[in-house]
Design a protein around this ligand. Structure first.
Ligand code: GDP
Length: 319
């Protein structure tokens, strides 16, 4: 694998909860200042008139040290009084917005109404929370993930996952707005010039798919000067958590780590796979992608640090 030392920064193409685990590992062994996190925006949506950005916020709270580790989303020691009050008013409150979290959405919505872009607002929020890494939304253009279902037609990803509990039959996915979306300022440069680009374990359909559907982002990954390394979110033909399996099946994909390698093969240098998937090593390498077989389960900070260390080492990154 080429080990071009083009810069000191490490770009991360992130989703939500799975990505947060590896990012926590990375941030605990290298200075946050070296990380540029390019966040998924496909799951952003409007709720009660507020602009909610679940994946961007998960990464921001994590890097600020205030993520609720057990839930994997939201702020720790959260309370939900606002939601309880909304329910009293008869409002259907299917999406859990905590009281502390609410301030983020409120402030973001306010700043955007004043004319700031999503990336400007993201930067302002992160700086206020003393986050040292850079967090950039993949795009400031409108881009939303819709799941095409048999029973309910096309529904926004959040509605499918949270409100409908992923029950409807999946027929397909639409990344609305993606083909016309422009990467947010800094995204292309961060990917192309990074010492390495890391794709942490994340749902390929809903967390990484929307970002890759932005043509200029995909192109930047192909042009990346550093190595591009991903961690499979699957083990033994199943996701560690979440609806990735159901969504992949609905899109006609085989739920397999080999599919992850195929999805990313045009820009991927190395894929880390779980020991349970060791048998795919030769097939992955036949795609021109190096394969690191290791334990990819992250159940503790120790696991996260170990896996992050292995990834950096495989990418030739000096600590
Ligand atoms: P969602 O939960 O599917 O909506 O999507 P996210 O992209 O936010 O993150 C969850 C993804 O990360 C899922 O596809 C999981 O299988 C994967 N994941 C969660 N925990 C782990 C882990 O400990 N190790 C690995 N390799 N993947 C994980």
């Amino acid at each position: 694998m080429s080990r071009i030392m083009a810069g000191r920064q490490i770009a991360i193409i992130a989703g939500g909860t799975g990505s947060a685990k590896l990012v926590r590992g990375l941030a605990s062994i290298i200075p946050q200042e070296r990380l540029v996190v390019i966040g998924n925006v496909g799951d952003n949506f409007q709720l009660y008139g507020l602009q909610v950005c679940p994946d961007l916020d998960t990464i921001m709270y994590l890097l600020a040290g205030i993520l609720d580790r057990k839930r994997g989303w939201g702020v720790k020691r959260e309370t939900f009084n606002m939601l309880k009050t909304l329910r009293k008013y008869g409002v259907e409150a299917w999406f859990r917005l905590g009281d502390r979290d609410l301030a983020t959405h409120l402030y973001r919505t306010w700043l955007m109404a004043l004319g700031l872009t999503l990336s400007e607002v993201t930067r302002r929020l992160a700086e206020a929370l003393h986050v040292k890494a850079r967090i950039i939304p993949a795009t400031n253009s409108p881009l939303q993930t819709y799941i095409k279902t048999a029973e309910a037609g096309a529904v926004h990803l959040q509605e499918f996952w949270v409100k409908m509990k992923a029950k409807p039959r999946v027929l397909g996915v639409e990344y609305r707005g993606a083909s016309k979306a422009k990467p947010a300022p800094g995204v292309v440069q961060a990917i192309e010039k990074a010492e390495a680009v890391i794709i942490p374990p994340a749902n390929p359909v809903t967390s990484i798919g929307p970002t890759l559907a932005i043509p200029a982002v995909k192109e930047a990954l192909k042009q990346a000067e550093g190595v591009v390394v991903a961690v499979s979110p699957l083990t033994g033909g199943k996701p560690f958590s979440g609806p990735a399996g159901k969504l992949m099946k609905g899109l006609g994909m085989k739920v397999s780590t080999l599919t992850i390698a195929q999805l990313y093969q045009e820009f991927l240098s190395l894929l880390a796979v779980d020991r349970a998937d060791a048998r795919f090593k030769r097939q992955i390498e036949a795609l021109g992608v190096e394969c690191l077989v290791t334990s990819t389960r992250m159940s503790s900070l120790k696991d996260e640090k170990r896996l992050a260390g292995e990834i950096l080492n495989a990418a030739g990154i000096r600590l």
